[in-house]
Design a protein around this ligand. Structure first.
Ligand code: NAD
Length: 251
């Protein structure tokens, strides 16, 4: 229960890595607020968290809307009194094709959610954490925030932007008790990765052959790392990427 008495926020908690992390936050003792644009799947996550005995609140909220993000943080504080930990996870992928065939609309859309949306979340989370003099933020980047893959240049750009925001903000608040880190997952078994793999003409399991451990990762393997980075066990870690990728970026 390393997050006992903490209040934790997750964006994009209706499925995949966000859902697993919202459940893991609850299991670690935190009260959990999580958001998504999908209500039905959001309520399913809420049921899964409550089954473990943890307290939670689902808020329908779009990370690309400043009004939504400001209200999400306000609702968290109004409900549970504070905000200790935040996992900025909501993100999308789009079509797999070389840069000259990528549309400007798709570029703007992916940046508005993966980069601008994450910036908005950090802005309002940090405003609250500054009033408390403490907090821990983890941003979900990707191995594509550290190295590139062909065919997904807007996604790679958005995930490198997450790393820039993480490192720069970590320096802004290093003296004020707020730690800001990133996780950089390799291929993880989620709907998003299944869609991307399908576009690349490969199965989810087939993606495992790209990885030194010869398998793709599970959502819980990211969730446990996020819980650690949010906990006091990570008290001297800030501004860092943590690749959770079966060794993919080691080579
Ligand atoms: P997912 O599609 O299962 O989860 C993403 C969630 O974000 C969905 O529930 C979706 O409804 C929500 N979402 C989308 N747009 C939103 C918005 N505007 N506001 C609020 N919520 C929104 O996919 P996932 O694989 O769990 O992805 C989660 C994060 O992990 C993403 O940022 C993704 O880029 C990152 N990531 C995933 C992998 C992987 O292999 N699955 C690898 C590296 C990074």
């Amino acid at each position: 229960m390393i997050l006992q008495d903490k209040v934790a926020l997750v964006t994009g908690g209706a499925s995949g890595i966000g859902r697993a992390t919202a459940i893991a936050f609850g299991a670690a003792g935190a009260k959990v607020v999580f958001s998504d644009i999908r209500s039905v799947e959001g309520e399913e996550t809420a049921d899964l968290i409550r089954e473990t005995g943890a307290e939670c609140l689902f808020v329908k909220s779009d990370v690309s809307s400043e009004v939504d993000v400001r209200e999400l943080v306000q609702t968290t504080v109004a409900t549970y009194g504070k905000l200790d930990c935040a996992f900025n996870n909501a993100g999308i992928d789009l079509v797999v094709t070389p840069l000259h065939e990528q549309s400007i609309e798709d570029f703007d859309k992916i940046m508005s959610i993966n980069a601008r949306g994450l910036f908005l979340c950090m802005k309002y989370e940090i405003q609250q954490m500054l009033t408390q003099g403490a907090g821990a933020i983890v941003n979900n980047s990707s191995t594509n925030g550290l190295v590139a893959l062909p065919g997904i240049s807007p996604y790679v750009a958005s995930k490198h932007a997450v790393m820039g925001l993480t490192r720069s903000a970590a320096l802004d608040y290093a003296k004020q008790g707020i730690r800001i880190n990133a996780v950089n997952p390799g291929p993880i078994a989620t709907d998003l990765m299944a869609r991307s793999a399908n576009q690349m003409g490969i199965t989810l399991d087939g993606l495992g052959s790209w990885v030194p451990m010869d398998r793709i990762g599970q959502t819980t393997e990211i969730a446990q790392a996020v819980v650690f980075l949010c906990s006091d066990a990570a008290s001297y870690i800030t501004g860092q990427p943590l690749a959770i990728d079966g060794g993919y970026t080691a080579s």
